[in-house]
Design a protein around this ligand. Structure first.
Ligand code: PLP
Length: 266
């Protein structure tokens, strides 16, 4: 049997199994690619939030990356929780050494749904100046757009401004995830904008009332990386990734006393 495409997640561990590398690897299994992981940090986490987080030494991040890239190889990479400026810089150096043809999805993870910080403020400059320029696609939500660019988005016109502002940092494409738009008229649907500065793709999907959405962002970014590794172009890969996330949210289930995870076995 030929080997499936290999996809690498560079991200944090969620002990509760809902987000982070656990969500990434489940997504990759479901989509038929071989998932690999470089851990940046370990969180003690459950349905109620993040109780603790420990960063790995930069040397450990470098060693994991070299181990998988030099032997197994990668067809796509996804980055998630990078935690500190030092780790974000280490990851940027490693990604800069990859073949230019390997797509890189940068999910600029900043805060969890519970409001727990996942990226220190001093790492934002590294994200802007060194990671975003290497991204094939950056996938910020509206809170992350505001933290990265200062742009506050209230409607779809604001999403255009947001896309332009993020593209200013150099990613080839940006997917602005409008799932948190405050506009009441839009409550029934989630709107996302994909732009490369010349073309725009708007994705409209129904909102599901399910509150068990832990891991949604990680799942979208790793599904996107998986579809890119499988040979889809960026607009097509985003469409497929959104469909995968839709199913996973619809099937999300209660677990613990708080917010349960999306389900990868839908
Ligand atoms: N924990 C880790 C390790 C993550 O990478 C993320 C998001 O990227 C989260 C928690 C937050 O997940 P959510 O906001 O879906 O609860």
């Amino acid at each position: 049997m030929p080997a499936p495409p290999r996809v690498l997640t560079v991200a944090g561990s969620d002990s509760g199994g809902g987000a982070g590398i656990q969500a990434d690897l489940k997504t990759m299994l479901a989509l038929g690619v071989h998932g690999m992981s470089v851990l940046t940090s370990v969180t003690a986490q459950n349905s109620l939030g993040v109780q603790g987080a420990w960063e790995l030494p930069a040397d450990a991040v470098r060693a994991q990356f070299r181990a998988v890239v030099d032997d197994i190889g990668v067809q796509a990479v996804k980055t998630g929780m990078l935690s500190s400026a030092e780790l974000a810089g280490t990851v940027a150096d490693l990604l800069a050494g990859l073949d230019r043809g390997v797509p890189v999805v940068v999910d600029p993870v900043a805060v969890s749904k519970h409001g727990d910080p996942l990226l220190h403020d001093e790492a934002l400059d590294v994200m802007r100046g060194r990671l975003l320029p290497l991204a094939t696609v950056a996938t910020p939500n509206l809170d992350e757009v505001t933290r990265l660019t200062g742009v506050v988005v209230a409607d779809e016109a604001g999403m255009r401004d947001a896309a332009r502002a993020v593209l200013g940092y150099g990613p080839r494409w940006v997917l602005v995830k409008g799932g948190h738009l405050p506009d009441a008229d839009r409550y029934v649907e989630a709107v996302d904008l994909l732009s490369d500065g010349r073309t725009e793709h708007w994705y409209h999907s129904p909102r599901y009332p399910n509150r068990h959405t832990h891991g949604t962002g990680c799942t979208l970014a790793s599904a996107l990386a998986s579809y890119l590794a499988l040979g889809h172009d960026v607009p097509g890969a985003v469409g497929h990734a959104k469909e995968y996330v839709r199913g996973a949210i619809e099937a999300g289930f209660p677990l613990g006393a708080g917010i349960g995870p999306v389900d990868h076995a839908w």
